[in-house]
Design a protein around this ligand. Structure first.
Ligand code: SF4
Length: 64
């Protein structure tokens, strides 16, 4: 799995962090998403897929 995010779309809701906090974080200054690991291990796939699904702005893209 390869994760990319469109920072311009991110509204800083933080839902991705709730779903996969080992993969996503937020910048302190503005809450924009930070990808901690763009190639996560398989056991984290479910959380990452959830994160992409709940992102309100569809800013998270997955290539599998
Ligand atoms: S869920 Fe989407 S909009 Fe919210 S912080 Fe994560 S990437 Fe940004």
């Amino acid at each position: 799995m390869k994760i990319t995010v469109e920072e311009d779309l991110c509204c800083g809701s933080g839902l991705c962090v709730v779903k996969a906090d080992q993969v996503f974080d937020q910048r302190d200054e503005d809450g924009v998403v930070v990808v901690l690991n763009d190639n996560p291990p398989e056991e984290q796939y479910a959380g990452v897929r959830d994160a992409a699904a709940v992102c309100p702005t569809a800013a998270i893209h997955l290539t599998e």
